[in-house]
Design a protein. Sequence first.
Length: 234
Amino acid sequence: MNFYYHPNPEENTTLSQEESAHLVKVLRAKTGDEIAIMDGMGKSYLAKIIEANPRKCSFEVIDIKAAKTKTYRTHIAIAPTKNMDRLEWFVEKSCELGANEISLIQTQRTERKKVNLERLEKKAISAMKQSKNFWKCKINALTKFDSFISNQLNVENKFAAYVETGFEDLLQKKIKPESNVLILIGPEGDFSPEEIDQLKSSNFELVSLGDHVLRTETAGIAAVHTVNLVNQRL
């Protein structure tokens, strides 16, 4: 069964115009049909269509279920790529893999100075529905590197992927299972020497994602997947 997104289906029992149009016009849903809804905050809903209106499809909630809460959170802070398509791909795949939060950071070598948050939000919602992950990934607006780092001083388990020396420990060796982690991914060309010094002084651990030099968006995906693997129960 396909899921539809609604942030507050218990109080507002009408789907958005976009979701209504897809449900009624594309899928030909009718009054009385049952649909599945997720609120992006860990709950899923079974609902019955009251009025199959393609502009504002109304429904009645029949049943509510709460998904199991994860024992860890993954926060990826990444320098947006010059190519917007690559950034959207990263957001989509990271959300499918269960990233909880994505922050966009403007470093000295970041080429893209503006991002379309609305498009990234749509990618996050689409990925949540497709993967049946009942928590919507939070997407934070583009923030300057200095400002972001200064706001993370009290955060534990924070890492920065770095490829310069070749002596950094692998990320999977540093992550503790069932712990919240923050991982920074730099731009093409990596962090500047000044930024590396700032990361060290702010107690970020420099880590490696493997032997190969990865594109920014690929490194972000690898980091999310690594956190998942460390926390996988056999």
